[in-house]
Design a protein around this ligand. Structure first.
Ligand SMILES: [Zn+2]
Length: 831
């Protein structure tokens, strides 16, 4: 949605042209250049100056002024952030391109979907006319603050420069500049930075999540689309503009390389087209070369960051036939300079870099250490952005052609026999809420989903992992198999997602189980993946989505309706979650149950995601801070206290004294532990997720032991994978659930009982534990306790060994949370 003011501006320009009264381009430009405000003239400082910071109001205000002053810039307001700040994008291109944005949008739409192009002459014409669309996004991680400041300088220079390279960039590319996809976080950091400036805490990161729900995980949401920000930007990128290149500008820790740029590290995701990996590498090398040529040292490639995982700002493009680029500049202390010693650099190591002082082919010019300023970061990001835009402009036609060809291959690629043609979401699943959410996520990212308006005859079956070596071998070798049915009638009202569509690789990457390769270090320890190893979306959500390998009906015989509006699915399934209704996912939780969600002094993403699912499912709660737990009398406030996953020592101690202002330090302390015991003994329910279980187990001496505690990664490793649970559905907590459920395991726990009184609700499966991802040392997990209730006094402790709400994605296990709460309701009404 274009803001009204921008429309007025655009219309004014059109009128000017139509009237034939416009001055020549050169005259106009010269006049304009005088009038275009520089960042310093608006802010009072140059972006990137030491100890300065522009907040979101200043940033949006600057872009508004630029929009008004420059005909190379058009600012669109996309909508609102989670905390209701405006989310904006600035289109930057030559004036004539800005005036014809709708035309270029249409060209992009056609190139993105080659089925819309019937003749090669039309293809050639579109490639000849089109512009490379580039999206650059700044500071999604708000403490990586410099890029958000840089965005104003980059926009200003592109709006005013007259050199040949800039003109070529403006002619041949359309830049979608996103000053930040997380405006709320920019203000959280700016406010904190200003508050602590010239105090002992200057340059420290704020002790809270910089996204209301997700914190750092705001960049883990790009296929699930739980957050308002990812929803709106995904619409901009993958519904409207289909950028050929997406550049996501980040910062890393302070003591390693100065600047990481692709090529990436291994393993690559097998669904990413080799042509994309090559283009990513080529672009990265151009950026690295230009940064080096400008005299910067410490540029690193081929290290740490990989392309395995799906779900990041720069990884989602790979599954839309686009190039995703990441850069990671070494951080200063927010906007305060820092000093890095040679010793610190020598101690810094990562995958692909033994230490930050050693010369290697991928790190040919180590930085010697010394002062490190925000200006260094900003200069490298500016050079890298220019390098990227310049490449895009120079090889405009190649980028458009490659993009088109990848889409064409995706649409045409024939399916091999007995391999998936499509995935089916059969009608009549008891999980309509999850089906609706899954389909909404798919269509919001541009995946084509169809509803069956007539029965279809298909062969289909679940696509699962099968071990190909003995289960007692530590390293698992797996293959995917489809247990296919005979030709079977599928009822109308089911949904189907075909692989033959421009986003073929996205469909595959979201529906298939992942098999992460066994990667070990020379010492035999597991080599940590950059993020998670498995994410198969229907599995995480507990939705039945079998692969289809053959369809009897010809295309002419099928009656399918393309679903383009997520609300249509909700209507089809007669859902109304917003009214707090009853569904198998969400049994009614009586509003009389008083739930407290522990919120300690440290920002904890798992706490944020817990609030996210409670808010989404309209389950009332209040946040319970350390001070309240320390104070006691908890039964007077709460029936249930829930501790999201957090290390026991962090819960007990919080931020260290003196590390931050006093109000942000300290944990629940021994006093809090005593109060929690009293709370449970007097009838309260204490729920712990994953890591926080240790606090309850050890502090209360529960008859339970985490069998994975202290186990080396050479013996057991499971980093972000989906595993199978055996459920005792005779238990009240699982009464409406199937006997098997997928659960999200991310370096989580597994329990054995060491005494009496432990009521087991779920165990890790006794066979075929791994459903998607990576599991090393399966025998350590098989049959161990995954969910248990331990009665204590008049109350109870409920231990989830895994994360039942992980990143708001693990819908399969959400019912377990609601069931515990609703059974609490039953208990208190009986009393
Ligand atoms: Zn980051």
């Amino acid at each position: 949605m274009i803001s009204r003011r921008s429309i007025v501006a655009a219309v004014a320009l059109f009128l000017c042209v139509a009237a034939g009264a416009a001055p020549s381009y050169a005259e106009r430009f010269a006049a304009e250049q005088r009038a275009i405000p520089s960042p310093i003239s608006v802010l009072g400082f140059n972006p990137g100056d030491d100890r300065t910071i522009a907040d979101w109001t200043q940033i949006t205000n600057y872009f508004e002024k630029l929009d008004r002053a420059s005909d190379r810039v058009l600012v669109q307001r996309l909508g609102q952030s989670t905390l209701k700040r405006p989310l904006i994008v600035a289109f930057i291109s030559a004036r004539e391109n800005i005036l014809a944005l709708e035309k270029y949008k249409d060209i992009q739409r056609r190139l993105a979907d080659p089925r819309l192009i019937t003749q090669s002459s039309e293809r050639d014409r579109l490639i000849a006319q089109g512009k490379v669309v580039v999206a650059i996004s700044c500071s999604i991680h708000s403490t990586e603050i410099v890029a958000s400041q840089m965005s104003m300088q980059l926009a200003y220079e592109l709006a005013t420069a007259q050199d040949a390279e800039t003109r070529e960039i403006l002619q041949n590319t359309i830049l979608l500049l996103i000053p930040s996809p997380n405006p709320d976080g920019i203000d959280i950091v700016a406010n904190w930075y200003r508050k602590t400036l010239s105090t002992p805490y200057e340059g420290k990161e704020p002790p809270e999540l910089y996204h209301h729900y997700a914190g750092h995980d705001d960049n883990r949401d790009w296929f699930m689309l739980n957050l308002k920000e990812t929803q709106q930007l995904t619409r901009l990128l993958w519904h409207d503009w289909f950028p050929q290149i997406v550049y996501d500008v980040h910062q890393q820790g302070s003591n390693g390389s100065r600047f990481f740029i692709p090529p990436f590290y291994d393993p690559p995701n097998p669904n990413i087209a080799p042509l994309l990996l090559r283009q990513v590498g080529l672009m990265g090398h151009k950026m690295a070369t230009d940064v080096q040529a400008a005299g910067f040292k410490g540029v690193l490639t081929n290290a740490l960051y990989d392309t395995w995982w799906h779900g990041g700002f720069r990884t989602a493009p790979y599954f839309h036939n686009s190039i995703g680029i990441l850069s990671e500049a070494a951080s200063a202390r927010l906007m305060t300079p820092s000093t890095v010693t040679t010793e610190q650099l020598a101690r810094s190591s990562t995958r692909g870099m033994r230490n930050a002082t050693e010369v290697t082919t991928n790190f040919p010019d180590p930085w010697p250490g010394g002062a490190w300023r925000p200006r260094d970061i900003m200069d490298m990001e500016m050079i890298a952005s220019r390098a990227l835009l310049s490449m895009a402009a120079k090889f405009r036609a190649n980028y458009l052609r490659n993009f088109y060809e990848l889409g064409k291959k995706a649409v045409e690629q024939p399916s091999k026999p007995n391999q998936p043609l499509a995935y089916l979401l059969p009608a009549g699943q008891a999980l309509d809420e999850a089906v609706a959410k899954l389909i909404a996520s798919l269509i919001d990212q541009g995946v084509e989903v169809y509803r069956l308006d007539r029965e279809l005859h298909v062969t289909f079956g679940p696509q699962t992992l099968q071990r190909t070596n003995a289960p007692n071998e530590k390293l698992g070798a797996y293959r995917t198999v489809i247990a296919q049915t005979e030709m079977t009638e599928v009822p109308l009202g089911s949904y189907i997602v075909f692989l033959a569509q421009p986003q073929r690789t996205n469909v595959a990457a979201l529906f298939e189980p992942q098999i992460y390769p066994n990667r070990l270090t020379a010492q035999g320890e597991a080599e940590r993946p950059y993020d998670v190893a498995g994410w198969t979306l229907p599995l995480q959500m507990g939705v039945d989505a079998p692969a289809v390998t053959a369809i009897r009906e010809t295309e002419a015989e099928r009656r399918l309706t393309r679903i383009t509006d997520a609300n249509q699915v909700r209507k089809d399934l007669a859902l109304s979650l917003a009214k707090g209704d009853e569904s198998p996912i969400r049994k009614p939780v009586k509003h009389s149950v008083r739930v407290g969600i522990y919120k300690g002094s440290m920002g904890n993403m798992d706490e944020g995601w817990t609030r996210y699912v409670f808010d989404t499912f309209n389950v009332p709660y209040t946040s319970a801070p350390d001070a309240e737990i320390r104070q006691g009398a908890l039964n007077s406030k709460y029936d249930v206290l829930l501790f999201p996953s957090q290390r026991s020592s962090d819960i007990l101690n919080g931020n260290a004294a003196d590390s931050l202002p006093a109000e942000y330090t300290g944990g629940i302390t021994e006093a809090g532990v005593k109060n929690l015991k009293e709370f449970v003994n007097s009838g309260g329910t204490l729920i712990c997720f994953d890591a926080s279980c240790e606090m309850a187990i050890k502090q209360f001496n529960l008859p339970v032991r985490n069998v994975l505690e202290g186990v080396k990664s050479s013996e057991f490793y499971c980093p972000g994978s989906i595993v199978s649970l055996d459920i005792d559905n005779k238990n009240l907590f699982a009464s409406n659930l199937p006997t098997k459920l997928p659960a999200y395991f991310i370096n989580s726990s597994a329990f054995s009982a060491t005494g009496d009184g432990v009521r087991v609700i779920a165990r890790y499966a006794r066979e075929n534990v791994l459903l998607s991802g990576w599991l090393l040392g399966e025998d350590k997990l098989r049959g161990q306790i995954a969910l248990a209730e331990v009665p204590l006094g008049k109350g109870r402790v409920v231990l989830f060994a895994f994360r039942p709400q992980h990143r708001g994605q693990a819908w399969a296990t959400l019912p377990l949370i609601w069931n515990v709460l609703s059974s609490t309701a039953t208990n208190s009404s009986e009393e």
